[in-house]
Design a protein. Structure first.
Length: 461
């Protein structure tokens, strides 16, 4: 808990969706933030006699929720948005790998700044980045991404990715953009040892994250899992994203993706996978049995025509599921709060129709579900005393939402709600829709310049 002398911020007169185990909500309630912890949450006004109150916020007309948690992203893609707009996944990768393979440290840092800024101003308080492209001589890409996250002020997980199956070995990426088996493992271990913080209020964590079955050798998959467990960190990869991937796994390994993952040690409570669109009943049962998590990326799956993940069936089976933006070359908006709506709507196009997801289930996917997938459900993802003070105030009294009586339905089904305030670790990073930590206009200019530089380098080579 927060120390007795901690400075307190009192938030009052707002609707509150706690997203706790029983989905407790208050039509008009309060939150007290003490240092970097939530000290109290409840109905009515805050308790009298609180000491060290440095700020009181009258949040009338607002909904307070836990900060949104993004469970899958590729920040570097911010400078390759709007390309290959009519491709499926494999054709899209073939089209873009020659460009991505030429990124460097400056591009990566700038793209991370753009990706983080867009998410943070839209209510994301915990972000992650699956960075798996490490061209030779590109510089310290992991360090660049982590520095950008620290400057933005969000809680962050870097999934240090890798690829060792280039074109000459039947993979899709150019050979100069992949690492050797030993090189990938060594660099990943160095990143974990240098940057991973396992403490309760950690702002930076690192996961071990080979890219995907079709860009990584079986040896790297097995040894990466062993490395992660030896270091005590989580594992992340792409899984079951397309029909082509399933065909690839059967042809190369003689089994489907889930069986392949299990054979390489890649199912377990310390693992989460992106997409998981093409899962049969047996696959879902294996994920539920082992506690393997899923990052659901509805907009990207639609953009690349990958299909509709069976999220209602996963949730019913007990599979941990969170939401992901995915890279902005396949989800140009770069926002997570829009994924609440898209997750609900797209899943209602599936077999369960109107019974697929509710508005509150969608909010849970984007908050507590994401925290669970990242292994941080004990610290973030719900508004409860003792948890970290990651809180968002959404304005609900404007033209866009004022006539919707249910604030959670308004947030999920309505237009993108303005963020009046976003707190991470008790520190405010957004005010009235603008970032307080970085200059958004400067970031916009820098990302445009780096996108043009990357396009020029690609054209020249």
């Amino acid at each position: 808990m927060a120390p007795p002398a901690a400075q307190r911020i009192v938030i009052e007169n707002c609707a509150i969706a706690t997203v706790d185990a029983t989905d407790t909500e208050y039509a008009s309630g309060h939150l007290v933030l003490a240092g970097n912890r939530i000290e109290s949450v409840g109905a009515g006004r805050a308790p009298e006699g609180l000491r060290n109150v440095v700020r009181r916020i009258d949040a009338s007309g607002h909904l307070a929720t836990p900060g949104l948690v993004n469970t899958h992203h590729h920040f570097y893609q911010w400078i390759t948005r709007g390309l290959a707009t009519d491709h499926n996944l494999f054709d899209w990768l073939v089209a873009l790998y020659p460009t991505w393979a030429r990124i460097d440290e400056r591009m990566t840092r700038t793209a991370a700044q753009g990706s983080l800024a867009m998410m943070a101003r839209g209510g994301v308080t915990t972000a992650m980045d699956h960075h798996y492209i490490h061209p030779r001589g590109a510089g310290d890409l992991s360090g660049a991404i982590i520095r950008a996250a620290a400057e933005t002020g969000v809680r962050f997980t870097l999934a240090r990715g890798s690829m060792d199956r280039g074109e000459k070995d039947g993979g899709l990426p150019p050979d100069f953009a992949v690492e050797t088996l030993d090189g990938a493992l060594t660099a990943t271990e160095e990143t974990v040892r240098q940057h991973h913080d396992a403490s309760f209020d950690s702002m930076t964590q690192v996961a071990v994250a080979p890219c995907s079955p079709f860009s990584v050798s079986t040896e790297l998959m097995r040894e990466a899992a062993e490395l992660a467990r030896r270091l005590g960190v989580r594992l992340h990869t792409h899984g079951s994203e397309t029909v082509q991937e399933e065909k690839f796994c059967h042809e190369l390994f003689g089994m489907g993706p889930t069986d392949y993952f299990e054979s390489t040690g890649w199912l377990g409570e310390d693992v989460w996978m992106a997409h998981c669109v093409h899962m049969n009943d047996s696959d879902i049962a294996a994920f539920a049995r082992t506690g393997t998590g899923v990052a659901h990326c509805p907009s990207s799956n639609a953009r690349l025509a990958a299909g509709i993940a069976r999220v209602p069936d996963m949730l019913k089976a007990g599979v941990p599921v969170g939401l992901g933006v995915d890279g902005t070359a396949s989800n140009e908006s770069g926002e997570l709060h829009t994924e609440l709506r898209n997750a609900l709507l797209i899943n209602r196009l599936g077999a369960h129709r109107e019974a697929a997801l509710t508005a509150r289930q969608a909010l849970r996917l984007g908050t507590f579900g994401g925290a669970r997938v990242l292994g941080r459900a004990g610290q973030i993802g719900s508004l409860e005393p003792g948890k970290l003070a990651d809180v968002v105030l959404w304005r609900m009294d404007t033209l866009a939402h004022a006539s919707i009586a249910d604030p959670v339905a308004a947030l999920v089904l309505g237009a993108a709600a303005p963020v009046t305030a976003s707190f991470v670790d008790g520190r405010q990073i957004v005010e009235n829709g603008r970032l307080l930590t970085v200059d958004e206009d400067a970031v916009a200019r820098a990302t445009r310049e780096e996108a043009r530089r990357l396009a020029r380098i690609t054209a020249e080579t």
